[in-house]
Design a protein around this ligand. Sequence first.
Ligand code: DC
Length: 222
Amino acid sequence: MNNRADVPVIAIDGPGGSGKGTISTRLAEHLGWHFLDSGALYRLTALAVMKAGLPLDDEAALGAAADGLNIRFETGKGGVKALLDGEDVSTRLRGEEVGIIASKIAATPAVRAALVKRQRRFRKLPGLVADGRDMGTVIFPDANLKIYLTASAEIRAQRRYKQLKEKGESVNLSRLLGEIKARDLRDQSRSIAPLKPADDAVMIDSTLLSIEEVLKQVINMV
Ligand code: DC
């Protein structure tokens, strides 16, 4: 087996709605590399916790749920499917409520510790594009390129509003903005692996840029 440290990694971190999911997926496709959506692991843990009806302040139970997660990702024609206990939960996973619970349980040290190895197992040849909050700071501190993608909370709320509207969901822009700000604060202020740029990360502010423009900048750096 090759040494994992020999496998190149591009870490793309930033707050929700900064465009990092789209940029990371497109970059992984462009390079023909593997892709880690670390947020999906936290969301799957949140779903497992909700399914089991666990109290969110029971650290040991949350850690055990993250440790015992029975999940699979299947790549097919329609993209990547996420399965929890054999059930396709790809759509539920992206819901606002799951995102909020994911952010809450992500502040639990036992949950983060349980997910470290799972995330590092994605590091396989020919390379990995890793999307998250702590990819460059904690999970892959030796990443070959670290990008911190950000955008104003207002523009991120507008993007999310558009996405949800297109899906036919009824949404309220100012409530969405409030939720985004609350989630940013929770992700940035937790004591373990908070959302912050690595010292050696390249900062990109996508507030005034299109996805194509950001992607072009990132590909040039690669
Ligand atoms: O990127 P996302 O919205 O799918 O992530 C959902 C939550 O999971 C996010 O609010 C915080 C948490 N998360 C994390 O703590 N660390 C990561 N690397 C990825 C996500």
